[in-house]
Design a binder for this molecule. Structure first.
Ligand SMILES: Cc1cc2nc3c(=O)[nH]c(=O)nc-3n(C[C@H](O)[C@H](O)[C@H](O)COP(=O)(O)OP(=O)(O)OC[C@H]3O[C@@H](n4cnc5c(N)ncnc54)[C@H](O)[C@@H]3O)c2cc1C
Length: 539
């Protein structure tokens, strides 16, 4: 039987960072990943993102349960299933969040998670190429973060229009102040995706004390009494046990981590009974507190200007492909979102509460992710800190059965109100004077949709996940009955088991989730190795 000091379940954003940091000394580490190696070309070509969204070899292809907030629709919910996990199929955006997000986590009883505490961990993993105050930005880490290498007139006009509308021109939204409008910062380097597998696993693959096993699905965690001692896993239909001398580290993401805990006997009592699993530790919060950003796209038709739509078809696409092959530049080297406005729904607020993304591209109504045949532009908008909460529940004791996922999108009234504000703001930004020389008309939802009901119906019928599932194994003190892990990410009531991934996020932060998940794993690695935390940043 294989035995290691540490077993890491899942080689995603968090698991890859953990594998790198924990194997830097002489402890032995086994990284178990259900998906295969990350060889597919579309992982590495930034615009290949769209091709990975429906590929079952790279993607778990989950779907949420229908709800009132989605007009009875199930929403397709991709999650990466390969080395790098969701960082191998994500939209490349690097966005950390706001000071108050992490200060709120600390206020909830999580010592050491305030903004000043986490900035050093964001810095440690980052290799920022571009502007930024080095009090906040890292220059020597593994994760390359770059600026766009191509500006275009439509995006420039969107940004100028937003500035005229009163949104400040952003300096560095990953620095002291998040608010502002500007081009995105991205995890793309020399025209290739910087997944966590590329950044954190590739440089250390040859370490003799690190074993990376792909195609291995963990089926449950093994306990002796209250101590996790290993895992059962399956590869090519064969079950085996892998043992951990020190700790089992669960990093399977916000859907699979609570599911693995539940099938291992850790979760709400009723659910464990329903799926026929003997309880190891009753923890009612496992799978609860699920949160996600739910966004709506508004699009407009343009004229007398070239957008990504025309450059992504026929002969121009062939030219782009050649450009990419030879120079790693052009449309195929771009992320799907190009610019962002991190802004306030009300000028009286202390912090932004809406994220609006922009691309000089638009999609057909009838087809998923197929670009229009005419020039177009799109914004996507969502409330940054949604209040709606849902759950993940195992349907059986078999991790091969996809769990039930119910995010309860738009259940909270505050989310509906803020989304309406956001849609109206996004519409004004598309109709700004700076874009007016090309603007023809709004194609989606269309200018006839004006009332709250019309806009909200559109949101329910067409809104979608922004792919930021989090919070389903919430971090919090043991007095909080719904907390699953402590502020050292140890599962309450058990030994030798931590959860380290986006599922521990106690309350949604104001950003895309990859950067914070990497930060969580950086911080966890020091805790696991018994190192003192990095000194708080002077911020
Ligand atoms: C399509 C998409 C676009 C996104 N765009 C952005 C973006 O632009 N910017 C941003 O910041 N965030 C984005 N995100 C979100 C971000 O990528 C995720 O929040 C982040 O990667 C989550 O990291 P994680 O470590 O929690 O989980 P993951 O990265 O999902 O890793 C979990 C890993 O565990 C593995 N696993 C699961 N079950 C098992 C099992 N039983 N046994 C073994 N292995 C298992 C999975 O295969 C996976 O590799 C996007 C996500 C998606 C899906």
């Amino acid at each position: 039987m294989d035995e290691f000091d540490y077993i890491i379940i899942g080689a995603g954003s968090a698991g890859s960072v953990l594998a790198n940091r924990l194997s830097a000394g002489d402890t032995t580490v086994c990284l178990l990943e259900a998906g295969g190696p990350d060889r597919n070309l579309f992982i590495h070509m930034p615009a290949g993102f769209i091709k990975t969204l429906a590929n079952p070899r790279l993607n778990w292809l989950y779907e949420t349960e229908p709800s009132e907030g989605t007009a009875g629709r199930g929403i397709p919910t991709p999650r990466g299933k390969t080395l790098g996990g969701s960082s191998s199929i994500n939209g490349h955006i690097y966005n950390r969040g706001q000071r108050m997000d992490f200060d709120t986590w600390a206020q909830m009883g999580n010592r050491g998670w305030g903004f000043a505490d986490v900035v050093p961990y964001f810095r440690r993993s980052e290799r920022r190429i571009g502007d930024g105050d080095d009090t906040y930005r890292g220059r020597d880490g593994e994760l390359v973060v770059t600026d766009v290498d191509r500006r275009d007139p439509v995006t420039d006009a969107f940004i100028d229009g937003a500035v005229r509308y009163g949104i400040p021109r952003g300096l560095d939204y990953n620095g002291a102040v998040q608010e502002g409008v500007g081009y995105f910062q991205r995890t793309i380097h020399n025209g290739r995706r910087v997944s966590t597998a590329r950044a954190f696993l590739n440089p250390v693959r040859r370490r003799p004390n690190l074993e990376i096993q792909t195609g291995v699905q963990v089926t449950r965690i093994v306990f002796q009494g209250r101590r996790a001692t290993g895992v059962f896993c399956r590869r090519d239909g064969t079950q085996r046990e892998v043992r951990a001398r020190r700790e089992v580290l669960l990093a399977a993401g916000a859907i699979a981590s609570p599911q693995i805990l539940q099938v291992s006997g850790i979760g709400p009592a009723d659910l464990l009974t329903d799926i026929g699993v003997a309880p190891v530790q009753v923890l009612p919060g496992v799978g609860e507190n699920l949160s996600d950003h739910f966004g709506v796209r508004l699009s407009a038709r343009l004229a007398n200007i070239e957008t990504i739509n025309e450059r992504s078809k026929g002969l121009p696409l062939a030219v782009e492909a050649l450009k990419y092959a030879l120079l790693r530049k052009g449309v195929l080297a771009q992320s799907p979102g190009i610019a962002v406005a991190l802004c306030k729904s009300n000028p009286g607020l202390d912090y932004p509460d809406l994220q609006v993304i922009f691309a000089p591209a638009s999609y057909k109504e009838s087809a998923v992710y197929e670009l229009d045949d005419f020039p177009g532009m799109t914004t996507g908008v969502w409330p940054m800190r949604p209040e709606s909460r849902g759950y993940v529940q195992a349907r059986s004791a078999n991790t091969g059965d996809k769990p039930l996922i119910q995010p309860n999108y738009l259940e909270a009234e505050a989310d509906r109100h803020l989304l309406l504000d956001g849609m109206r703001l996004a519409r004004r930004l598309l109709q700004s004077q700076k874009l007016s020389e090309w603007y023809v008309h709004e194609t989606s939802p269309g200018e006839s949709a004006q009332s709250d009901d019309e806009l909200l119906n559109f949101a329910r019928e067409r809104g979608t996940t922004i792919f930021h599932l989090m919070g389903s194994c919430k971090m919090g003190p043991s007095q909080d009955a719904m907390a699953v892990v402590s502020d050292e990410l140890k599962v309450h009531g058990l030994e030798g088991l931590r959860v380290v991934d986006a599922s521990i996020i106690p309350t949604a932060h104001s950003a895309n989730t990859n950067a914070a998940t990497i930060m969580i794993a950086e911080k966890a690695a020091d805790m696991i190795l018994g190192k003192p935390p990095l000194p708080a940043a002077p911020v």
